[in-house]
Design a protein around this ligand. Structure first.
Ligand code: MN
Length: 249
């Protein structure tokens, strides 16, 4: 089996290499990761400047682009043969509920799905006050490899991926397959002044828990379970098709 591993935290991020190690027993692993952090870049592609890919070790490339660039370039430029699965992560931070729309980690997996390759995104859910040294990336990597093994065995339908979130603990309670919920954040646009007297802004506030019910991903992950949510590239709201059609008939 051939595996393409990407992330959005960058080539030197602490979550990438435990997942690399965990995937090695499953097959031939290639890495295409951004040379710098690209979190919250979603599905951006670099189309107006060149991309550089530097092979830092055999089959492992640091790329001067976004997570989606990395997978695109891996599939169509760097790998000799088509991979059987795309894996993205382990992200330093959860991608629960509506996070998936902003996530570079999920976008890297989605880029694989758009090219017809089944994909898995893996993220570690922790409290942002926790130090990096206390993060259990090894456990998240173990779960990520376990899910990847199932995807390789069973496959996924066209343009689908599995979004996996793992709570930060040495041993998770188990795995649960659940829908996305809603992740709540403080809404913030903080207006400040720089040392030269010019105004600037910071957007985005602290996480404020979850909505969407006890059986949705955020609530279940908070209980200590790794969550798995199948996602589709088709964002069509099929329930609304008839209602909106009626407006124009
Ligand atoms: Mn990230």
């Amino acid at each position: 089996m051939r595996i393409l591993l990407a992330n959005d935290d960058g080539f030197h991020a602490p979550g990438l290499w435990p997942l690399y190690e965990a995937l090695l027993p499953l097959g031939d692993v290639w890495v295409c990761a951004p040379e710098r952090e690209q979190s919250a870049r979603s599905h951006a592609l670099t189309m107006h400047k060149p991309l550089r890919a530097r092979e830092r070790k055999p089959q492992c490339y640091a790329i001067s682009g976004t997570p989606a660039d990395c997978v695109y370039l891996g599939l169509h430029g760097l790998l000799k043969d088509r991979p059987d699965v795309i894996v993205s992560g382990v992200n330093r931070g959860a991608n629960l509920g509506n996070d998936v729309l902003y996530s570079g980690t999920v976008a890297a997996a989605m880029e694989g799905a758009l090219h017809g390759i089944p994909a898995v995104a893996v993220s570690l859910h922790f409290d942002w006050t926790q130090e990096v040294e206390t993060l259990h990336f090894d456990e998240a990597a173990r779960i990520g490899a376990q899910v990847t093994r199932q995807v390789l065995e069973h496959g996924l339908p066209h343009r689908r991926l599995l979004n996996v979130n793992v709570p930060n603990r040495p041993h998770v309670e188990g795995l649960r397959v659940v829908p996305l919920g809603e992740r709540l954040y403080d809404v913030l646009a903080d207006h400040r002044t720089d040392p030269r007297g010019r105004p600037y802004w910071w957007i985005g506030g602290a996480p404020q828990g979850f909505a969407g019910g006890e059986e949705s991903d955020g609530a279940v992950c908070e209980e200590g379970f790794a969550t798995i949510t199948p996602l589709s590239a088709d964002l069509t709201d099929h329930d609304e098709l008839q209602r909106v059609r009626a407006w124009f008939s």
